[in-house]
Design a protein around this ligand. Structure first.
Ligand code: 13P
Length: 256
């Protein structure tokens, strides 16, 4: 049985004191998380302080990005060694904002995934998802398949426990629009079937696939009760303790 994994992507938000307050507020409520795995993904500059604030709680800490080179003249970038040193457990790769605003290519994202998986301490959370015009043109599945195949090229199936996929339809991110539970389930089932072909059925059965895009406490239960939705990657609603805890408790109530 796959566990539910709910992570809050804080994006480029919060001052240090706000990040600490949010992390501490969540840690204080962690007894209500049930069987749900919970993570927070602050900006790089807040990782240390947030890690200290959640210490002793079951909340994991991730990074929003990583660079694939080990070290050297890459001004502004952050390496896997630096993440490991901070105790970070995983990093996002290919978030739609990095694909579409920062113009990161599939090839670059693949290098980041491989760099993360090369470190046994780290996991990779690969985001995939279609633009609105791609959905309208009925290209959703083709886009997901392309992003999975390019992003996961060269990945060893034995790393399934350190890999998570987030399906985030771009049109649903920060817009208040949410994929319907059926739209999410269809995309997740397609993702799992694609991974079964790319790797093997056991890999596909084990991997956690999160949904992201305007998840709130009020819609989380319906989304998370879909058979192939194994969690959520939450943006805006993860910036408020009560709303994020509401999403987690809705996940716990689905008792997957
Ligand atoms: P919102 O929950 O704000 O739509 O953001 C989703 C997202 O991009 C999470 O990575």
């Amino acid at each position: 049985m796959r566990k539910i994994f709910i992570a809050g992507n804080w994006k480029m938000n919060l001052t240090k004191s706000e990040a600490i307050a949010l992390a501490s507020g969540l840690a204080a409520k962690s007894s209500s998380f049930g069987n749900v795995e919970v993570g927070v993904i602050p900006a790089f500059v807040h990782i240390d302080a947030v890690s200290a604030a959640v210490k002793g709680s079951p909340i994991s800490v991730g990074a929003q990005d990583v660079y694939f080179e080990k070290n050297g003249a890459f001004t502004g970038e952050i390496s896997t060694d630096m993440l490991v040193d901070l105790g970070v457990q995983y990093a996002l790769v290919g978030h739609s904002e990095r694909r579409h605003i920062l113009k990161e290519s599939d090839e670059l994202l693949n290098k980041k995934v491989l760099a993360l998986l090369a470190r046994k301490e780290l996991g990779a959370l690969l985001c995939v998802g279609e633009l609105l015009e791609e959905r309208k043109a009925e290209k959703t599945f083709a886009v997901i398949e392309h992003q999975l195949k390019t992003g996961l090229a060269g990945v060893d199936a034995s790393h399934v426990d350190r890999l998570v996929i987030a399906y985030e339809p771009v049109w649903a991110i920060g817009t208040g629009l949410t994929a319907s539970p059926q739209q999410a389930q269809d995309a997740h089932a397609f993702t799992r079937a694609t991974l079964a072909k790319m790797f093997n059925p056991d890999f596909a059965n084990k991997i956690q696939i999160q949904y992201g895009g305007s998840v709130k406490a009020s819609n989380a239960g319906e989304l998370l009760s879909q058979p192939d939705v194994d969690g959520a990657l939450v943006g805006g609603a993860s910036l408020k303790v009560d709303e994020f805890v509401g999403i987690i408790t809705a996940g716990a109530a689905t008792k997957k």
